[in-house]
Design a protein around this ligand. Sequence first.
Ligand code: FES
Length: 325
Amino acid sequence: MTATALQTKVHPALEGSLLLEVTSVRAQTNSITSISFGHPLGEQLPSYVPGSHLVVQYGTGANSYSLTGAGSAPTEYTISVLRVEDGAGGSLAMHALSVGDRVQVSRPRSAFAPAATAKHHLLIAAGIGITPVLSHARYAAEWGASASLIYVHRPGTGAHVEDARELLGSDLTECTDRNSFREVLTTKLTTQKLGTHLYVCGPTDFMDSVLEQARDLGWPKGLLHSEAFSAAALDDGQPFAVNLVRSGVKLDVPAGVSLLETLESAGLNIPNMCRKGICGECAAPVLRGAPQHRDLYLTDQEKADNTTIMCCVSRSLDKELELDL
Ligand code: FES
C-alpha cells in the first residue's frame, strides 16, 4: 500500500491525532506481523501506560491495536497484528503497510494499566493476546517490578515468544495445549502472594474461563484485569432508560439494542464511525448515573469519572442515565 493510498481525509474521531510513518514491518509468524510507526522527523512520541492501545485509521475505517512496548519516552509505537481474512478489513490493511507509508493514529489510550499497588503481576496471555501483556512484561523488566507470565500458544505459531523468554526468563511458563494450561493456572492461582494482580488477554472464552476460575478460588474482582480485543462480541445487556436533558426526552433502551441505535431511532444525529467502541466518535456527556463502560476508547480514569459514555457499546449500571443531549 502506498502512502498516497492512506492519505484519506482524517476522520473527526482522529482529529488531534498523529500522522506517523511506518518505520519497520516484521513478520512474527505466518499470520502475525509487527509494524512500527515513528514521527516523520524522528521526534519522540507521547509516552503511554503499559497495556495501552492505538486507534489506527485505514481508508474510512479505524481499528484498535495494543502497543507492545513499555511506553516510556518512545521513539516508535509498535503493534502486532493477526491477519483476519474475513474481518472488517483493518488487519488486511495493516498487513499491506510498507516502510514509508504514512498513517493517522490516535494518541495511546490506556484501558489495561498495571495496578500501581500490586506486589506481583501475574500475566496470562493466549495467542495474539500476548501483545498488551508483552507491554506489561517490558515495563516490569524496565522498572524492576515483580511479574510472571503464562503464555499459551501453539508450537511454531506464537508471536513474541523469544521476547517473552528474554524478558521473563524462569518467570515465563509456556503452555502449548489447554490441558497443561489448566494445571498450570490452578497452581498459579492458588500459590500467589498477597497483593498479586492478575491480567489476562486472549480469546473471549479463554479470558472468561481464567477470570471465572480466579473468582471461584476467591480472587477479589479488584485484582482481576482483562483486555478484550474488540468490544464487538458483547452480550445483549440489561434494559435501561436514558433521560436526554436538553431534548426533554426520555427513552427506553431494550436489551440487545444499543444506546446509539436507540438515539438514532428517536431522530438524534449522533456522530459515529466504528460502532465497536474503539474510535471515540460517539461519545456523549453523562450528567447522572453510572455507565457500564464496554468500550476500548476511554481511559481507566475517564471510565472511573463516569462523565462520558460511548453510545455504540456501553450501557448503564443504573436503571436510568441522564445525558447532556
Ligand atoms: S462509534 Fe466508535 S466508539 Fe462508538
